[in-house]
Write a protein that binds this ligand. Structure first.
Ligand code: CP
Length: 309
């Protein structure tokens, strides 16, 4: 089986079959990662550049590890310390890198649509590792993989995304994916951080009362407040945000059921989530990070057009 697309630009462009294929391939690669020798030669002789124009810890390390586990040659590019500061354009930078015989590009950029633009001008396959406030497709795929692993399925599950929906590429990719895979989706948080008309535009429920949102869901995916993307004051203070919308042990203890707690990272402890929740029994935050390697191996492998060994 093959993906219906040459690039992984966003979940919006994937079919439900593409998503199922990536998740089932990731299951095979997760098994590889449990072995004493955690490597397969599936991408031997493939060269991949990790092109990061924006900071990253998890995504960047996870992609690099996934590439190495598949036997690919990898090179890493950071905009800081490069000739970008001398005025070189994105297209010139990438064409110069590709002239050194690079086959695939993993790319993070602060401009929404940057990987889509690039895909129209270069022959190499592109994986979007996060573009502005648009999409973060491999995060949504690893979130879906982790939900499936923890609860058995995506279809029919009630997932709430909590917090800064307005500035979150993780939220948009999760909404697209969960809708395509038959889950029920809610967004919850302060009205100033939830886009108007999102319920009609993206087929999600909206809830401003965090207790009601938690009572409704099976899984709560808690999002970081993206202060770096906010150019106006959208809530009074981080302390008051935590009091009104932060996920606390008290809120979870008041529920009459157990729910799964997720967070894409990086966490702002004591703001959107308290430490005893982030580190508590309900949390699968570190499993999400672990699963990211297998999911990215699957995406790289399928886009390179190979079959598992
Ligand atoms: N979740 C995520 O994208 O984290 P990084 O910004 O550290 O890559």
């Amino acid at each position: 089986m093959q993906l219906s697309t040459k690039h992984l630009l966003g979940i919006k462009q994937l079919t439900a079959s593409d998503i199922s294929l990536i998740l089932s391939t990731a299951t095979q690669f997760k098994e590889v990662l449990q072995r004493p020798v955690k490597k397969v030669p599936s991408l031997r002789d493939v060269t991949i550049v990790n092109l990061f124009y924006e900071n990253s810890t998890r995504t960047r390390i996870s992609f690099e590890l996934a590439e190495k586990r598949l036997g690919a040659d990898t090179i890493n590019f950071s905009a800081s310390g490069s000739s970008v500061s001398k005025g070189e354009t994105l297209l010139d930078t990438v064409n110069n890198i590709l002239s050194m015989k690079v086959d695939m590009v993993v790319m993070r950029h602060s401009a929404s649509g940057a990987p889509h633009f690039l895909s129209k001008h270069i022959p190499a396959a592109i994986i979007n590792a996060g573009d502005g406030i648009n999409e973060h497709p491999t995060q949504a795929l690893l979130d879906a993989f982790s939900i499936q692993e923890k609860t058995g399925s995506l279809a029919g599950k009630k997932i709430v995304l909590i917090g800064d929906i307005m500035h979150s590429r993780v939220a948009l990719s999760n909404i697209y994916l969960l809708n395509k895979m038959g889950a029920e989706v809610m967004v919850a948080g302060p009205p100033t951080l939830i886009p108007k008309y999102i319920n009609e535009a993206l087929n999600v429920k909206v809830e401003y009362d965090i207790k009601k949102a938690l009572a409704w869901c099976d899984v709560a995916n808690v999002l970081r407040i993206q202060l770096e993307r906010q150019n106006q004051v959208l809530f009074s203070s981080l302390r008051e945000y935590n009091m009104a919308y932060g996920i606390s042990r008290k809120l979870l203890d008041e529920l009459k059921k157990e729910i799964v707690i997720m967070h894409p990272g990086p966490i702002n402890r004591g703001v959107e989530i308290d430490s005893d929740v982030a580190d508590g029994n309900e949390s699968i935050i570190l499993q999400q990070v672990e699963n990211g390697v297998a999911v990215r191996m699957a995406a790289l492998y399928l886009l390179a057009g190979n079959k598992p060994d």
